[in-house]
Write a protein that binds this ligand. Structure first.
Ligand code: ATP
Length: 228
């Protein structure tokens, strides 16, 4: 059973066709890059997988089950979506503690995920004073709280400085070494080329290319060829 299956997925917003007859699978233990130009339908697809947007056609399942029917969603799949909002008056630890309580998770998870994203030293500072990179790391910590097998990340490199991007690469690598499955949308091709096993490219809501990423693949050249 694939970690994620998208089958003939489609979505219209009024007259806008955001996703059109899209099918792909994400296999367990892989890091799959989800690529495509602005407006290609990546965020809409990820939101449909996460049960946040209702498909107009088709299905999206996680381990064979639609997200909304999962018994324990936080322990199955963690997500970081664009523009994650935090209460600026709460500390990173308080934010994670609230999520942990709501999900009924082990108290030890909070310190564990803070360490995983290198936020232990800043744990008791208010999020108001966090840099963009620190906010992204807190969003990743939130996604990891339930120790999910699957991570779905929408442009996690957005706004990160070079050190932050390098940190993110190491973090994603560590997550796959732990056996997690990652589906990540990004525009940073040179970066994702170094760590992805598989690539899905969409254009105007449709699948344009999918396949494994080999050491010989020039991802930028491939991307330009299939989207150009
Ligand atoms: N809630 C909405 N209402 C109307 N149109 C929408 C809505 N959400 C997305 N769209 C439209 O659907 C299309 C796909 O958008 P989507 O955000 O999924 O693309 P994307 O590939 O994630 O783009 P980007 O790389 O810029 O983030 C766009 O034309 C967008 O304007």
């Amino acid at each position: 059973m694939s970690a994620i299956s998208v089958t003939h997925l489609g979505k219209s917003f009024g007259g806008v066709r955001a996703v059109e007859d899209l099918s792909f699978t994400v296999e367990r233990g892989t890091l799959t890059a989800f690529l495509g130009p602005n407006g290609a339908g990546k965020t809409t697809t990820l939101r449909m997988i996460l049960g946040l947007v209702a498909p107009s056609e088709g299905t999206a399942t996680i381990g064979g089950t639609p997200y909304r029917d999962l018994d324990r969603p936080v322990t199955t799949v963690g997500a970081v979506l664009e523009a994650t909002a935090f209460n600026p008056g709460l500390s990173a630890r308080a934010h994670l503690e609230a999520l942990r309580l709501a999900a009924g998770l082990d108290p030890a998870r909070v310190a564990y995920v803070l360490a995983q994203v290198d936020l232990t030293d800043a744990a008791d500072r208010r999020v108001r004073g966090f840099s963009l990179g620190m906010r992204q790391r807190l969003a990743l910590a939130s996604a990891l709280l339930g120790d999910p097998e699957i991570l779905i990340l929408d442009e996690p490199a957005n706004g990160l400085d070079p050190a932050g991007i390098r940190w993110l690469r190491g973090f994603l690598r560590a997550c796959t070494h732990e056996g997690r499955t990652i589906l990540v949308s990004t525009h940073v091709l040179a970066e994702i080329q170094q760590i992805a096993d598989h690539v899905i490219i969409v254009g105007a809501g449709r699948l344009t290319w999918q396949g494994p990423l080999t050491p010989e693949t020039d991802l930028e050249e491939l991307y330009m060829r299939v989207t150009g």
